[in-house]
Design a protein around this ligand. Structure first.
Ligand SMILES: [Zn+2]
Length: 74
């Protein structure tokens, strides 16, 4: 998909969370060191979930897909 902010093509993958957040191309256990092409962020928000996620490395945006998660709408 195209990035909604800069219109560049985004990369599909996953946003996985633990004590840190990692955007990964494939779902896998991640360590503190990113594999090639991955992005790891500090995590103060999420705990132990993973999302399908598109990343734009050009303007540093991630779009999460939570359609496969249980959720509540207010
Ligand atoms: Zn972008």
């Amino acid at each position: 998909m195209k990035c909604p902010c800069c219109n560049q093509e985004m990369e599909a993958g996953y946003l996985q969370t633990g004590t840190r957040i990692a955007w990964t191309r494939e779902l896998h256990k991640f360590s503190l060191l990113p594999r090639k092409g991955e992005v790891i962020l500090e995590n103060n928000v999420f705990k132990g979930v993973d999302f399908h996620a598109q990343i734009c490395k050009h303007c540093k945006k991630v779009v999460l897909d939570y359609s496969d998660k249980n959720y509540e709408e207010g």
